[in-house]
Design a protein around this ligand. Structure first.
Ligand code: GUN
Length: 283
């Protein structure tokens, strides 16, 4: 059984991005990311702080816009409009969830698709669907990067994704499909979930429920990717019952130290891609 080291792989991605950022600088091109956070959600604050730290480490210029909880929709839209037109900013990320009085859909749609490093805008979602994309949502992108790094072949494999969110489950299914996996996306209304999971060569758990995937749900020798992160009295855990499932599988990602560290690395990569596209640089 192998435990995939997300920290190691994310460091390799970040090193690659940092090198490219440096090369762009030599050509007089800077890379800039704007991160918007509205309100005081403690988890969001940690994520935003980590995104800023990663930018600094990689030579990416970061601008943080911490707006108060009572920010109006117009104020937020005005800021996004300003950033859409700001030359030094290549990527714009608006941390979710937003306070309830703000319409997430309208906000996401207002971000220029060329600067949408989260790949949440319907334009980028559509491009992912047809397999012609620049930006991929960071979590599924990170998972594909891990599979590639570990030389885990997707073609012809039975892939089961549990969870159908717009951020993880749906794009994850599409990326696996583009690699010629045979993909099943399961959700809360799925019947015979256990039987479907038992068929999986590659099982991606993005349910949002602690230790949801148990040993009796995984095939001997399967690859199990755990997207969940939950704070419990006994520390962090994922959507997978790691202790027992790990006894049965060939490869598994831990929580913490698995998928988590990959997401920020992929955000950095999307930001670099944005800068390249906006400056007509290939690669
Ligand atoms: N909140 C939780 N995950 C994410 C993410 O990937 N992007 C944004 N913008 N907000 C999030």
């Amino acid at each position: 059984m192998k435990i995939i080291d997300g920290k190691l792989i994310s460091a390799a991605v970040k090193e690659r991005v940092a090198k490219s950022v440096e090369q762009l600088k030599e050509q007089g091109v800077t890379v800039g990311l704007a991160v918007i956070i509205v309100g005081e959600d403690p988890a969001s604050k940690v994520y935003v702080k980590n995104k800023k730290k990663a930018c600094e480490a990689l030579g990416i210029i970061s601008e943080e816009y911490a707006l108060p909880e009572n920010t109006t929709q117009k104020e937020l839209l005005d800021l996004i409009h300003e950033l859409n037109n700001k030359k030094s900013i290549n990527g714009i990320l608006c941390q979710l969830p937003l306070p309830h009085h703000l319409d997430e859909k309208i906000i996401i749609n207002s971000i220029s698709p060329q600067k949408d490093v989260d790949a949440f805008h319907p334009y980028n979602v559509g491009r992912i669907m047809i397999g012609d994309y620049d930006f991929v949502p960071c979590t599924p992108a990170g998972i594909m990067e891990m599979l590639a790094y570990e030389n885990i072949e997707v073609e012809g494999k039975r892939c089961v994704v549990i969870g159908r969110s717009n951020i993880v489950g749906k794009p994850m299914g599409m990326l696996l499909l583009h690699k010629n996996g045979t993909v099943t996306v399961c959700h809360s209304k799925t019947k015979d979930l256990k039987d479907i999971c038992l068929q999986a060569d590659i099982l991606v758990a993005a349910v949002g429920r602690p230790k949801f995937v148990t040993q009796d749900m995984v095939r001997e020798g399967a690859v199990v990717i755990d997207v969940g992160i939950h704070r419990t009295p006994n520390g962090l855990c994922g959507d997978v019952d790691f202790e027992n499932v790990s006894k049965k599988v060939s490869v598994i990602t831990p929580v913490p130290g698995g998928v988590g560290p990959m997401t920020i690395a992929m955000l950095m990569q999307n930001t670099l891609t944005a800068a390249k596209r906006q400056n007509n640089i290939d690669g």
